[in-house]
Design a protein around this ligand. Structure first.
Ligand code: HEC
Length: 136
């Protein structure tokens, strides 16, 4: 009889002991899930957004064409870089030509390097759009 009276007490003690363990295990799990969600989000944002046209322009283009596109930097003037804001040029040129000049370079009055090894198609298209916005 003694042992059967002990039984429930023993059981209660066991479950009381298990509680902190259960709580700490779920905390570890929640933390792990939280961390993986955050890192997954960072990955998705990183690949979806990529580099913006403004970031690309200031990294690859502004040294010659200047922040405003007028190509009045010393490098731009020396290399005869085109004034990208020029309305007449903007009207004459097609998106395709701008795209090709960015990707493969252009050797007309000056010498512009191509960026096909640095830019994705999507990024070059974003730059074409941005350059269209420079028209003055
Ligand atoms: C090393 C200097 C230099 C850099 C860097 C440079 N360009 Fe140029 N860019 C030039 C020169 C020089 C020309 C004029 C080329 C010509 O017509 O002979 C030019 C011309 C252009 C044109 C006119 C092309 C056409 O078909 O009329 C566009 C558009 C252009 N650049 C965009 C860009 C973009 C976008 C970037 C950055 C991804 C860039 N450039 C980086 C020097 C540069």
């Amino acid at each position: 009889m003694n042992s059967s009276a002990d039984e429930p007490l023993h059981g209660m003690m066991l479950s009381r002991q298990m509680k902190p363990k259960f709580v700490s295990t779920s905390l570890v799990l929640i933390t792990a899930v939280g961390i993986s969600i955050v890192s997954l989000q960072a990955k998705v944002i990183g690949t979806q957004k990529g580099r913006t046209a403004a970031q690309l322009y200031s990294r690859y283009c502004s040294s010659c064409h200047g922040r405003d596109g007028r190509s009045q930097t010393s490098k731009g003037k020396y290399g005869h870089a085109r004034d990208l804001t020029d309305a007449k040029w903007q009207d004459d040129v097609s998106d395709e030509r701008i795209y090709n000049s960015i990707m493969h370079g252009r050797n007309g009055g000056g010498n512009m390097p191509g960026f096909a090894n640095k830019l994705k198609e999507k990024e070059a298209n974003a730059l074409v759009e941005m350059i269209r916005g420079l028209r003055r």
